[in-house]
Every structure is written in C-alpha cells, then in structure tokens.
Ligand binder design. Structure first.
Ligand SMILES: Cc1ncc(COP(=O)(O)O)c(CNNC(=O)CNC(=O)c2ccccc2[N+](=O)[O-])c1O
Length: 390
C-alpha cells in the first residue's frame, strides 16, 4: 500500500474489518469473560493473548484492538498500551522499566503530578530522581550514572512551554542504554513523530486533544520493538485496563484530530500575536514564536502546534489576577485542556514546581487553552479581562 497522506491515515487508521465487522466504526465490545468452543480454541487464544486474540477483558476487546492499531499507525512504534488516564500511562511506563536502586532523569518542567509520582512513589521504592534543565542538550551526559535507567522528556513542558532537543537527548541516552520516554501529549500523534526522533516510548494523555471533547480520561503509551513486550506485560500485571466505551469516544476523537488541531493552531496564533502587543504582557511562551525557549527545535521537529500556550505578565498580584480571571465570559478556569473550549489557568509561583532551573519571571504566568470559539470573541474577552486587571 502506498504512503498515505496524514489526513487519509487519520480517516482510515484502525478500521480493519477484523475489528469493524464492516461497520464504519468499530463497535463497542464490552467483556470480562470470553468463552471458547473448544480446548483448541482456548489454547490458541491463550497462546495469542498478547497479540490481540480475544482472551479476557483485561487484555482488551476488538474495540481496544482497533484503537491500539490506530495509535500505532498514527504515532509509529509497534504496540500501544492503554491506561485509565495520562497519569497512569506515565507512572506505569516508568514502573515498567525501573527497579530498586535505579536512578532516572526527569525534565524539570514536567507536569506536576509526574513530579509528585517521582518524589512520593518512586522515592519510596528506592528509585532516585534527578530533575534536569529542559534545555540542557549535550549536558545531559554529565547527569547519567551507572544506575540510570530512564530519561523522561516532556516537550514542550507543561506550563513553561520549553521545547526540548529530543533527538540530541535521545542519542546521548542511547549511548548509555537508557530507555527514552516522552510525554508527547501537546503534539498529539499528529504534530511530532517521536520514533523518528529517537524516542522508545511515547506517552499521551489522550484525555486532551485525542478525545478532544473534555469527557473522557484516558492514557496511551506507544512503544518501539525494543520496549513493547516489557511495557505491555508489566502494564497487564499492574492491572491496567480501560472501558471500551471510553475507547470508542477516543477513536471518534481521532477522526477529527487533524482538522481540530489546525483550527486550534490558527486561533492560538492569532490570539498570541494580539497578546504580544499588550503592554501588560512581558512575553508570550508559544512554541511557534521566537519568544519561546526551544522555538528552533519546534521549527525543526514539529509539524504544527495547537491551542495551548503560556504568557508572562509584567506585573500583577493575586487581587489583580483574580479580577482578571473571575469575570471571563469565554475562558473558563478548569484543569485539563485539549477540548473545544477555551481555558485559562494562572500560576504565581512557577518556581514551586521547579528544582533544577528557577525562572525569574517579570510577573505571574497565565496558561491559555485557545478553543474553537471565534477569536474576535476571545480577544474581546481578554481585553475586558485586562481592563479589570489594570
Ligand atoms: C502534559 C500532560 N501529561 C499528562 C497529563 C495527565 O493526564 P490525565 O489528566 O489524563 O491524567 C496532563 C494533564 N494535564 N492537566 C493539566 O495541565 C491541568 N491539570 C492540572 O494542572 C492538575 C490537575 C489535577 C491535579 C494537579 C494538577 N496540576 O498539574 O497541578 C498533561 O498536561
């Protein structure tokens, strides 16, 4: 089969007749017990339970198999493990490749619950974490120890948006036989091809853009040949399984992921450009703009962006921020992002989330998720917000 264009892949991925039974969408197959007609059938299913044979609910059903195929077709790799949320994908991927006495390298700009997992769970297991500067590049070599087993990246970083030099970090990590894991949620499987840049395991909080409608919690981890068996079997032993209903909704989200991301990109760039002209804004931290650390890596490695970016104000206290936030009409305050709605989150002390690299910001940070609303409405909303702020 010829090389499919990405938009065609998004429409066709995961739609093997094995799973769809000639329906356009793979039906929702719910199961715990799966029954067999003969001892031979049961033995065949048992022998192939790790290879998408119907065996037991925890291994998945045709609904899961279709989505796993789709994720591998879109993101690369050889296999996709499924988890009840992105945080579970992160923790299970790491747990699958560490043992007591190991050391891991974690990017300093990681999502806060990822940091908490390292500090509160891994530490109890005798796994030590060193946080590193997201922009460290070749310097990562100096942090690698004989007992280092995992290099974890998140690019761009959750709130401060630094874009990492993934191929350089992965190359150095592989010189020391580390497993390279990337939280690829911001790019989704569309805008950054992790395995083309040296990643071994690509993690998605599918909760965000893949589902795209703020109504499912889901995580995925796609692995290459080197890591797939160990990731799959460790995650199975840790009881990681998901509802076929959620998988169905995630599969539905995949089909519009390309067009939604394009609109989020168009909208976020227009709003970011407007914000750059505001006197209250010190700088905008949007990977598509030079003012974002690692912008050169975004231009080199990414195919596009989305609606999520941050900005740093040049002044402001809690009272002024509250006045800005409380009166918003279109920007809701809420955790998560990647749905169709616009969101706003404020952070007045980013250094409480940093260990290796302290930031000297001129003022508070705002993280915006630019949804699919009309950008003139969104800009008017922000304009009124700044009037309350001042
Ligand atoms: C890059 C990345 N990677 C993994 C996850 C976790 O996904 P999940 O929410 O499906 O578990 C996320 C989830 N993102 N959520 C947010 O950015 C907003 N949520 C929060 O800030 C939040 C929520 C609950 C508890 C603590 C926090 N927090 O980051 O402080 C992510 O952004």
């Amino acid at each position: 089969m010829g090389k499919k264009a990405l938009d065609t892949k998004i429409v066709t991925a995961g739609r093997s007749k094995k799973w769809t039974q000639s329906l356009v969408n793979p039906p929702v197959s719910r199961a715990s017990t799966i029954v067999f007609d003969s001892v031979a059938d049961m033995k065949h299913a048992t022998a192939n339970r790790a290879n998408k044979a119907l065996f037991y609910g925890r291994r998945g059903t045709n609904t899961h198999f279709a989505f796993q195929d789709a994720m591998v077709e879109l993101e690369g790799g050889v296999g996709c493990a499924l988890y009840p949320c992105g945080t579970a994908a992160i923790s299970n991927a790491i747990l699958s490749f560490v043992k007591t006495g190991d050391h891991i390298l974690m990017v300093d700009g990681a999502y806060e619950p990822t940091r908490d997992f390292c500090d509160k769970i891994l530490a109890k297991m005798g796994v030590e974490t060193t946080y590193y500067d997201p922009m460290i590049g070749e310097g990562i070599r100096d942090l690698i120890r004989p007992n280092t087993s995992v290099l974890f990246l998140e690019s761009p970083c959750s709130i401060t948006m630094e874009v990492q030099d993934v191929p350089t970090l992965a190359r150095i990590a592989h010189e020391h036989d580390l497993v390279v894991m990337l939280d690829n949620t911001w790019a989704s499987p569309i805008n950054f091809q992790p395995f083309e840049h040296g990643v071994d395991i690509s993690i998605q909080a599918a909760t965000k853009y893949i589902v795209g409608h703020s109504d499912v919690m889901l995580g995925t981890a796609v692995a290459n040949e080197r890591c797939w068996d160990q990731l799959r079997e460790s995650s199975y032993l840790m009881g990681q399984c998901t509802s076929p209903d959620d998988i169905y909704l995630a599969m539905r989200g995949l089909r519009t992921l390309g067009v939604r991301l394009k609109q989020h990109e168009q909208n976020s760039i227009k709003v970011a450009e407007w914000l750059m002209g505001r006197e209250e804004v010190d700088h905008v931290r949007h990977p598509a703009f030079e003012s974002c650390e690692g912008h050169e890596f975004y231009k080199r490695d990414f195919k596009g962006c989305n609606g999520l970016f941050s900005l740093v104000l040049n002044r402001g206290n809690t009272e002024a921020l509250t006045a800005l936030l409380d009166g918003m009409e279109h920007f809701s305050m809420g955790y998560s992002w990647g749905g169709f709605e616009s969101l706003i989150l404020a952070n007045e002390n980013i250094n409480s989330l940093r260990t290796a690299t302290k930031k000297e910001f001129a003022g508070p940070l705002l993280r915006l998720h630019i949804g699919l609303e009309d950008t003139d409405d969104l800009i008017r909303d922000l304009e009124k917000g700044f009037e309350r702020f001042n």
